[in-house]
Design a protein around this ligand. Structure first.
Ligand code: G3H
Length: 279
């Protein structure tokens, strides 16, 4: 077994293997806690467990997107080991937006990352592509980083509209964001039918959509941006599925929901193992 992950796992690497041989982009494993856990003490335990599962220099970037009330606590626990981000933002500077949390507020707390466009917010909170674009633009303009989530419904999947839906969501979500701002953008492909259902997309299906997303990014921004933009897969990622997904050349990481609430499962996902990347 040869582990050629990007990053450092030197004890497992063949002396002739460089860390950049396998992955074109540094893998990025992210957890989205959603409306969990139910208490601060549980959040503390979970954050500690996850931070402890990163020993030495991580082979990947790792991020946790957590509910607002836990941000500072989790950040204090994980330190520099991983990124802590918000699950959403209100794209306003200040004013009469009851319940809102702005990018500026987050930045003042040292939080530099946020999700935008998660399907639960698109569906439950009726966020439109225009709303999501406003969030993305404000985040990058504030010098923050955004994970833009896109993905088709089951109905759209069955009607073979996957690439078309992703193209629309991508183009609208990134409207007026320049090539020079794309280093602040990560894309997450999350088929809605795979979220929380246990029905993970096969690596082949996910790879095909990721390749199409990269090609759309190429048309929008050129090859250099397309080749450097990380595209994560989300939807029922588990310890059993992560290795196969990460073996695909255009799958640069994962956005993990349910399994990010379990220290052992998320620890295994963070420390995924691939022997080679399959074209
Ligand atoms: O943000 C994460 C996604 O919604 C995936 O959630 P899941 O891993 O529970 O399916």
């Amino acid at each position: 077994f040869v582990n050629k992950q990007f990053g450092v796992r030197s004890s497992l690497l063949e002396s002739s293997t460089t860390t950049t041989e396998l992955f074109a982009r540094k893998p990025f494993i992210t957890g989205n806690w959603k409306l969990n856990p139910q208490s601060k003490s549980e959040a503390v335990d979970l954050a500690r467990g996850i931070a402890d599962s990163i020993t030495g220099e991580s082979p990947s970037d790792v991020a946790l997107f957590v509910p607002f009330p836990y941000l500072e606590t989790v950040q204090g626990i994980v330190g520099d080991k991983l990124i802590v981000g918000a699950e959403m933002i209100t794209p306003e500077i200040n004013g009469a937006f009851t319940g809102g949390v702005s990018p500026c507020m987050l930045k003042s707390m040292g939080i530099e990352w946020a999700l935008a466009g998660h399907s639960e917010r698109r569906t439950l909170n009726k966020e439109s592509d225009e709303d999501i674009n406003k969030q993305c633009k404000m985040l990058v303009e504030e010098g923050m980083n955004v994970v833009l989530c896109i993905g088709e419904s089951l109905d759209e999947f069955e009607k073979d509209l996957v690439d078309a839906v992703c193209e629309i969501q991508l183009k609208k979500g990134l409207s007026e964001i320049g090539a020079d701002q794309m280093s602040q953008v990560t894309i997450a492909y999350e088929p809605v039918w795979a979220i929380g259902t246990g029905k993970v997309a096969t690596p082949e299906i996910a790879q095909s959509v990721h390749k199409s997303i990269r090609s759309i990014t190429d048309k929008m921004y050129g090859s250099s941006v397309a080749e450097s933009t990380r595209i994560l897969y989300g939807g029922s990622v588990s310890p059993g599925s992560v290795d196969g997904l990460l073996e695909k050349p255009d799958i640069d990481g994962a956005l993990v929901g349910g399994a990010s609430l379990d220290t052992t499962s998320f620890g295994r996902i963070i420390n995924f193992e691939v022997a080679e990347v399959l074209a």
